[in-house]
Design a protein around this ligand. Structure first.
Ligand code: GLY
Length: 215
């Protein structure tokens, strides 16, 4: 993500009058750790970040979860803007305020609910994704169809191969991502802290995490 978009994002923030600093973290799930959180805190402290500052999490679910938790905890909480660049992040991880890092005893064991001030989604970023990442993200899209949206499920039955191959128009892709974002937002609006309904969104996650932990 960094080589593809960091320069543009930083230039855009500068143009808008902000003074951004960049923190890069390695790609991959192992980055979602307390050790990485520490290195982020170090850099934020060195740059004298203030409570009026905000964190922009540009990347996939790992960056969103990590950046969100850094924002939730540094200086007792600063704003976070989520800029998701994968399907998983655009339809699921960036929405709803769950932030966390992993612990040897479990995935997402240490975290906080911290709603983003803004989720800025650009679906053209999805066209640079490797196929495996598209397929992984579409699992969440299928999930939304299964739990909430028959019409979406029917669309996927007909067009899933086109979506995997990214042979769909920008308008169709925008529609697909927005529809999924709306499903997630509706569920979270009704049950932010997962007292009941929101657990629906974990459909398939529990077994997925178990498989991931064993992999
Ligand atoms: N990814 C499941 C949830 O946000 O509740």
């Amino acid at each position: 993500v960094g080589p593809l978009y960091a320069r543009t994002a930083l230039a855009s923030l500068r143009q808008a009058g902000f003074a951004p600093m960049e923190i890069r973290v390695p790609a991959g799930e192992t980055t979602k750790s307390l050790r990485t959180i520490h290195t982020c805190y170090d850099q934020l402290a060195r740059h004298r970040i203030e409570r009026s500052s905000f964190i922009t999490a540009l990347g996939g679910g790992v960056v969103g979860d990590l950046g969100g938790f850094v924002a939730a905890s540094f200086l007792r909480g600063v704003d976070v803007v989520q800029v998701p660049t994968t399907i998983v992040a655009q339809v699921d991880a960036s929405l709803g305020g769950k932030t966390a890092v992993n612990h040897p005893h479990g995935k997402n064991l240490i975290g906080a609910f911290h709603q983003p001030r803004l989720v800025l989604t650009d679906t053209s970023a999805l066209r640079s994704l490797p196929r495996a990442e598209i397929v992984a993200g579409l699992a969440e899209v299928v999930k939304h169809g299964v739990i909430r949206d028959e019409e979406l499920f029917a669309f996927l039955e007909e067009r899933i191969e086109d979506v995997v191959d990214m042979k769909i128009t920008a308008q169709e892709l925008d529609w697909l991502i927005a529809r999924n974002g709306q499903i997630k937002a509706d569920v979270v609006s009704a049950d932010e802290r997962e007292g009941g309904l929101r657990a629906l969104l974990n459909c398939g996650h529990t077994i997925g995490h178990a498989i991931g932990a064993g992999a």
